[in-house]
Design a protein around this ligand. Structure first.
Ligand code: EPU
Length: 341
């Protein structure tokens, strides 16, 4: 285990921001981590655990230690009549893990195909897409206390999952280093095609018999047509969350803007499509230098080349302000910002 000094983070974040880290270390085993936590450089520094770097924005150089989690492994650890219990190392590439599950007929993750990032980050923000969230399939995770090295297990309830939220983004921020995640997958698939675009895509593909592979293929086709590939254009997926407003606020918005897109929730609130709000403010496809709003999905901010993190952040602030001014709705950033300006 080597701690490198003054390392570029350019290839370690999908926004392709050219920031650097004071220290960088790669963790390939539990014992690597246990020796790291006794090192003075680690003890004295701000810490950032990095998976795929696909949900963060560096607005300046990171004056601390970046810890790259490379813990690997995928295995079926248990099965019963209904379920497969599958454990994956935090450093596994998420989509490769999903593909492996589909090949083995472990059902449930197919709607979450092609999400960038690593397995270890999936519970942090309860990743979700096309009607499925990780919390629906999450069994438990194993982590190490970042101060003491103690082994800890978190159950589904203990993770306190919410919409793009978990305990690891709130009270336990920077407290645990996730080692592995165990999912409870289905032996008898429950196909989830409730998200309209999937049904349409399956039809276009001419799929007669539904399968987890067909759903995964449909999701891949939809995502590829709408969302920019981070390998081509720097981005971190949805930059903002879809905001939740009271039903009455939605009704009043509808008076002024009859085409507003909203999904009623069980608690009487309505989740608004932030992409729609941003597009209506005229931002879709806009570009300021190398920072821009994606042409096909206004919720996604992009780096066309050499944008600085601070420029993307500035663009996001302008968007927040115009959505507030036009609709009286406050958007919240979904992407983690390092450090705050
Ligand atoms: N819309 C617009 N203009 C836009 C973008 C969207 O009018 O520029 C409208 C669409 O017409 C549609 C609605 O907004 O009626 C929803 O759009 P979409 O289906 O593209 O989904 P989203 O709500 O914008 C969320 C997730 C995505 C996830 C998709 C599919 C969040 C913050 N984002 O986006 O997750 O892939 O649903 O389930 O919840 C991510 O988190 O990084 C991410 C990509």
């Amino acid at each position: 285990m080597t701690i490198y000094e003054n390392q570029s983070l350019l290839l370690l974040n999908t926004f392709h921001i050219d920031a650097s880290a004071r220290y960088l270390v790669e963790i390939n085993s539990e014992s690597d981590f246990l020796s790291l936590i006794t090192d003075k450089k680690y003890i004295d520094s701000n810490k950032l655990v990095l998976g795929g770097g696909s949900n963060l924005l560096f607005t300046k150089d990171f004056n601390g230690i970046v810890i790259k989690n490379n813990l690997l492994g995928k295995e079926l650890i248990k099965e019963d009549d209904e379920h497969y219990y599958v454990k994956a190392g935090a450093g596994e590439v998420w989509h490769e893990f999903v593909v492996w599950c589909i090949k083995n007929n472990y059902a449930g993750l197919e709607n979450l195909s092609l999400i960038p990032g690593k397995v270890g980050a999936s519970p942090m923000q309860n990743i979700g897409a096309y009607g499925v969230e990780i919390k629906d399939l999450f069994k438990s995770l194993e982590a190490l206390d970042m101060q003491t090295g103690e082994n800890v297990v978190f159950t589904n309830t203990q993770c306190e999952f919410g919409y793009r939220e978990s305990v690891f983004k709130r009270k336990y921020k920077n407290r645990y280093f996730i080692k592995s995640v165990t999912f409870k997958l289905n032996k008898h698939p429950k196909f989830n095609t409730s998200y309209g675009a999937i049904e349409k895509e399956l039809e276009v593909m001419g799929v007669k018999e539904l399968s987890i592979k067909a759903i995964s293929d449909a999701v891949i086709r939809i995502r590829s047509s709408k969302l920019p590939d981070p390998a081509q254009i720097g981005n971190a997926g949805s930059f903002f969350k879809n905001p939740e407003v009271p039903g009455a606020k939605y009704e009043s918005l509808k008076q002024g803007f009859p085409t507003v897109v909203g999904y009623p929730l069980e608690n009487g609130n309505v989740k608004l499509a932030a992409g729609w709000l941003i597009e209506q403010c005229g931002w879709k496809g806009k570009r300021e230098g190398d920072a821009g709003v994606h042409i096909n999905q206004a919720l996604v901010l992009v780096n066309y080349g050499k944008a600085k993190g601070s420029e993307i952040y500035h663009l996001s602030s302008e968007i927040l302000k115009s959505v507030h001014d036009k609709f009286g709705v406050d958007l919240e950033r979904e992407v983690n910002i390092y450090d705050h300006l």
